[in-house]
Design a protein around this ligand. Structure first.
Ligand code: ZN
Length: 247
């Protein structure tokens, strides 16, 4: 990861001098920004909608993927995409579908506190990232390989997997595909099973954890996670060795 960051820094200098376009044959990654302005997903411990976290991280992932030589396509970044299958239809020409989300927990674990004048919900019981693949996706083997590569890169970047989705309770009980790397099967996640390419959904962190929320808001954390995701995809998709990108 240190190497990745140094490499990125070196190439940022190159890019600012003259942006390079990704090679036309470079894999195209669809980056799906989870949720929308109208339905913003979960709410952080301090009352911030998940969609805002997803949009910011997706932008960082977009930059990191370009630096690693990929082409990208952002989906739902304007916050106006509400249909789940519209997302995978929009990604029909992509080589990989990457859905960006931030996580919550089951309601029985949440406590309330007052932030400003508003009552908000939080827990410190769970922490970390989770990755999901669907066994109904036509490219399960590649989806799983990429989720494992992303998980490994996340761990190398100092992130820890959360295993709370495997707890045998209502709403969870997800089978682990790779416990070490934090990868689960979630067969009926619509965007994963309807994607025509390999697909992974990333829950980058738990925003109802009030300590983790602060970290996830930090630009340095977003960059670290974004480069972990990009280096995982580079490993599993055998992206071109030459790093290029746009400014
Ligand atoms: Zn979400």
């Amino acid at each position: 990861m240190v190497l990745a960051r140094l490499t990125a820094g070196v190439f940022l200098g190159v890019l600012s001098a003259g942006a390079l376009a990704a090679a036309p044959e470079a894999p195209l990654i669809a980056i799906d920004v989870g949720h929308s302005l109208a339905k913003p997903g979960s709410t952080s411990a301090r009352g911030r909608p998940e969609f805002e976290f997803n949009r910011e991280l997706a932008a960082a992932v977009d930059r990191a993927l370009h630096l690693y030589g990929f082409r990208t396509q952002l989906i739902g970044e304007q916050g106006d995409m509400t249909g789940l299958t519209d997302r995978t239809k929009a990604a029909a020409g992509a080589d990989f579908f990457l859905s960006i989300h931030h996580d919550s927990v089951q309601p029985q674990y949440l406590q309330t506190w007052i932030v400003g004048e508003e009552k908000q919900k939080w827990t410190d019981r769970f922490s970390g990232y989770s990755l999901f693949v669907s066994r109904k996706n036509q490219h399960l083997k590649k989806s799983l390989a990429c989720a494992q590569a992303i998980g490994e890169a996340m761990r190398m970047a100092g992130q820890t997997p959360s295993l709370h989705h495997a707890e045998p309770i209502k709403g969870e009980n997800r089978p682990l595909a790779d416990k070490i790397n934090g990868v689960y099967y979630f067969d009926d996640l619509v965007v994963l099973k309807t994607a025509s390419s390999p697909a992974v959904l990333v829950e980058a962190g738990i925003i109802v954890n009030k300590h983790d929320e602060l970290g996830l808001r930090e630009p340095a954390t977003k960059r670290r996670i974004a480069f972990a995701i990009a280096s995982g995809l580079r490993d599993c998709l055998n992206a071109p060795a030459t790093i290029s990108g746009r400014g």
